[in-house]
Design a protein around this ligand. Sequence first.
Ligand SMILES: CC(C)(COP(=O)(O)OP(=O)(O)OC[C@H]1O[C@@H](n2cnc3c(N)ncnc32)[C@H](O)[C@@H]1OP(=O)(O)O)[C@@H](O)C(=O)NCCC(=O)NCCS
Length: 286
Amino acid sequence: MAEIAAPEALTLRAITLGDAALGAELSRRVGWPYRREDWEFAIGLGGGVVGVRDGKLLATALWWPYGEGHATLGMIIVAPEEQGAGIGKRLMQTLLAQAGERSLMLNATVAGEPLYARLGFRAHSGVRQQHGHVLAVASPELDVGERLRPGSAADLSILECLDGAATGLERGPTLAALLQCGECLILERAGQPVGFSILRAFGRGHVIGPVVAANEADARTLIACWLHGRTGQFVRIDLPFGSGLCEWLEQVGLAPAGDVTAMVRGDLPAASGPARLHALINQALG
Ligand SMILES: CC(C)(COP(=O)(O)OP(=O)(O)OC[C@H]1O[C@@H](n2cnc3c(N)ncnc32)[C@H](O)[C@@H]1OP(=O)(O)O)[C@@H](O)C(=O)NCCC(=O)NCCS
């Protein structure tokens, strides 16, 4: 009887910007709408590993350091025909070694959750994606003493301060990159910055995030200003579980599009507030 050769193991190597186009193709195969530009953005901000065989890119896993204490993991994909053969585990073990002592966070799909649980991650919350074509949204009304102004690279320290208070993370380089590729609005009250939001091209259209604000009313203002004037355009937003904004967003055209489980390995970062994270950068970057 003829012997059937076992498939050759995948070679793992560091991910590079040159992998972005094939990464986009791989993510489309598992139903994720990342564009090449989204991959370039993600690769440029972090590190990671790809699995290749015969010149084909068949697996990816990325991580992003947020200071010395924490990191997030994401874009963990194994090509459908390669799944269930231990590749996901190999990718994850490589990332765990690269991230060192940091505590690690990720947002897990149903497919990924058992793998992460086996590697010591525990579920602590979740994230709801809402998206759709925007219906007519009125321009937000501001109270006396409030002002919305565009944010620029010169505002990086303001964003770092608000974001750090909301997340407990050091996300300076990521915020700087978002200021370069997206548009930012800063909400001021009595001349003091109290929140901000960023809109950027992503996936099938635009994503709004992060949204950092002291309360849901401010967060809604910081979202409504982007939706206003975008009637008919495709917009996505990733909300932490418990957000009171879900219903309003659904009314303005952004329907629930799926939940993922927020998991952590190690300690969760401590947010000092009063600002809070009302929308993520996106599910992978946290
Ligand atoms: C999630 C994913 C990356 C897992 O990769 P994989 O190569 O199929 O996983 P592995 O074969 O390495 O499995 C790792 C472990 O998880 C277990 N496992 C995997 N899927 C499981 C499932 N559905 N139920 C229970 N256990 C499961 C395996 O048995 C294995 O356990 P072991 O270490 O005790 O042997 C892959 O399924 C995938 O790309 N899915 C689509 C994209 C996605 O959802 N990515 C996750 C984003 S957070």
